[in-house]
Design a protein around this ligand. Structure first.
Ligand code: AMP
Length: 342
């Protein structure tokens, strides 16, 4: 009941050397090989730069970690090492430490990213299907290997529009999933936080990421920058309730025996469930098809066990055309051998 519907024993099967990141030895490279070109961005835990690998002149990304707990650094590296090479997962190329031992950096493949705020408003239906499917492939692999990403949001999904490629980045909050473990609920980014985080349910699992995929998908098909935009965690829950309704929320709390207390009066009011068609406008009608709404409805569920898993999601009829495309590319011997079909 309080366990993931899928891959609950992934880490037990893969073994201690797979998930025991605290006891994992890292061979750090010296920093001379890489040069910083420009700053790309930064956050609470890191500063990110575009860099150059002086050995092969390749562009790369250098993520300099702020001095945080060694355990957190080890977790991010172990997760990335385990998942590198998986579909659409950003590749970790090297780990670097300066001689003082104070600064730790991750060297990763560079993605020619188009900012999602510019890209989402111009995506066609075929684009939305393609990129969402690519994200699902990344998550299917991640979850099957015992890892929850825990911070799925547009800013962590790099999109190379020219090459039609997607890479899932920022594994700093990712964690190995073990059944019957209480996890921290202060993860994720507010607009993409699943209901379990907002009501304080700690036995969450991979399905946490699927809620965030639902939020991203809704923002793409309805052409809204953020679908649920709360001003704090309570308001975030309120925004969700005003869409999904309170009846199912109450049922969710009851099903999992969650004691949710609030001082916010608005959270105690009854709201009906809104039909997804209510969000259709003249601008998004071409994206919000019946299969798209059906797919969305199966992701944005309070009850995490009801949400589609990443693998189930990629099998939804909404993606029929994308799956066909993938099969055709795979079976085409010309593209298979890597030669251009000119
Ligand atoms: P992060 O702290 O990992 O979320 O990265 C901060 C910012 O750096 C991101 O929002 C991106 O704009 C940029 N960035 C991170 N990784 C890459 C990458 N592999 N390729 C291109 N840009 C990146």
């Amino acid at each position: 009941m309080h366990m993931s519907r899928v891959h609950a024993d992934a880490n037990a099967i893969l073994g201690k050397s797979w998930y025991d990141y605290d006891n994992f030895q890292i061979d750090w490279s010296p920093p001379e090989r890489y040069e910083i070109v420009r700053r790309l961005g930064g956050g609470k835990y890191s500063e990110v730069f575009e860099g150059i690998d002086m050995v092969n002149s390749d562009r790369c990304v250098i993520k300099v970690l702020k001095p945080v707990a060694a355990k957190k650094i080890k977790r991010e590296i172990k997760v990335l090492r385990n998942l590198t090479g998986g579909p659409n997962v950003i590749s970790l190329l090297d780990v670097v430490r300066d001689p003082s031992g104070r600064y730790h950096s991750l060297v990763m493949e560079y993605v020619e990213n188009v900012d999602w705020k510019r890209l989402f408003p111009v995506l066609t239906e075929a684009d939305v299907k393609h990129y969402t499917f690519q994200l699902l492939l990344a998550l299917s692999h991640t979850h099957a290997h015992g890892v929850m990403h825990r911070d799925i949001k547009p800013a962590n999904v790099m999109l190379d529009f020219q090459r039609r490629e997607l890479r899932l980045i920022d594994w700093g909050l990712a964690e190995f999933y073990h059944p019957n473990v209480d996890y921290h609920i202060r993860v994720g980014s507010r607009y993409y936080k699943a209901p379990e985080l907002l009501v304080g349910y700690k036995r969450y699992d991979y399905s946490l990421d699927m809620w965030s995929v639902g939020c991203m998908f809704a923002s793409m098909i309805f052409r809204k920058e953020h679908f649920f935009r709360g001003s704090d965690n309570d308001d975030q829950l309120l925004k969700v309730m005003k869409t999904l309704g309170t009846e199912r929320f109450d049922l969710y709390l009851k099903t999992y025996n969650i004691h949710f207390e609030t001082e916010i009066d608005n959270l105690l009011v009854n709201y009906p469930k809104q039909p997804w068609t209510r969000f259709i406008t003249a601008e998004n009608r071409h994206l919000a098809s019946a299969p798209a709404l059906d797919f969305l409805d199966k992701l944005l569920r309070y009850d995490h066990r009801e949400r589609l898993t990443a693998t189930e999601a990629s099998a939804h009829p909404y993606f029929n055309s994308v799956r066909l495309e993938t099969i055709l590319i795979k079976e085409d011997p010309v593209s298979d051998s890597g030669f251009a079909s000119t």
